[in-house]
Design a binder for this molecule. Structure first.
Ligand code: PGA
Length: 251
């Protein structure tokens, strides 16, 4: 499977800063083996999507509302981001779960809304430090997966991506231990294989996220069942982000 590198810019970058970033990135990635996805702020979507036409970069959003339209002041629908040029959307990031009280039930509705609009959902799951200390990682993942993906067809699953992001590793400079990442990814892969069949399980890209940077990405991408990385802080600067996307030799 081709490795995937996703930038999650969070609430960073104006339209002008987005334009400068992409302008600087494009000439650097001619010889790049990975699939590059940039999750940009809503306001920069349309500009970024126009700018990457003809390159191997895809643009996406960081959130959507699950309603298709209506009296939901301040919300943005899947159809709206699609029109603006988004090809994917991050759903259920731990910051949304924690700061905006998004449950896995809501995540499930958002995944459905994205798929209905032909947008690829990238669903984030992961345990808190407390849950890890209680030795409950698999229990937490199982509930998050079962609820977030409830009722989807095998075809819908194979159009999605998953990111395992231990909450305590996000923005903290603490990456999980390789054996813990390997075991969480193996657990997720098996869970999909059991629920939707081996083929679906094998096809689903499972990304790791949490303090990924240019120095640790190669080792992370070599871990079995790690099909890519979701990068926050290190995706904000072209130099550090391009270092990750230009990596070679993952086996
Ligand atoms: P980080 O963020 O790379 O800054 O830890 C990752 C994320 O939030 O997806």
């Amino acid at each position: 499977m081709q490795k995937v590198v996703v930038a999650n810019w969070k609430m960073h970058k104006t339209i002008e800063e987005t334009t400068q970033f992409i302008e600087a990135l494009i000439p650097l990635i001619n010889d790049c083996d990975v699939k590059i996805l940039l999750a940009v702020p809503f306001t920069a979507l349309a500009h970024a999507a126009r700018q990457v036409k003809g390159t191997n970069i895809q643009i996406g959003a960081q959130n959507i509302d699950f309603h298709s339209k209506g009296p939901y002041t301040g919300e943005i629908s899947a159809e709206m981001i699609k029109e603006a040029g988004a090809e994917f959307v991050v759903v259920g990031h731990s910051e949304r779960r924690r700061l905006f009280h998004e449950s896995s039930e809501v995540v499930n509705l958002k995944v459905r809304a994205a798929l209905a609009a032909k947008i690829q959902p990238l669903i984030c799951v992961g345990e808190t430090l407390e849950q890890r200390q209680e030795d409950n990682v698999e229990g937490v993942l199982k509930v998050q997966l079962a609820t977030s993906f409830a009722g989807l067809t095998a075809e819908q699953i194979s159009l999605s991506m998953l990111a395992y992001e231990p909450v305590w590793a996000i923005g903290t400079n603490l990456t999980a231990m390789p054996e813990d990442i390997a075991s969480a990814h193996h657990f997720c892969r098996n869970w999909f294989a059991e629920a939707w069949g081996v083929k679906v399980g094998q096809k689903l890209p499972i990304l790791y996220g949490g303090s990924v940077n240019g120095d640790n990405a190669q080792a992370l991408l070599k871990i079995p069942n790690v099909d890519g990385v979701l990068v926050g802080g290190a995706s904000l600067v072209v130099e550090s982000f391009s270092k990750i996307v230009l990596l070679k030799n993952y086996s």
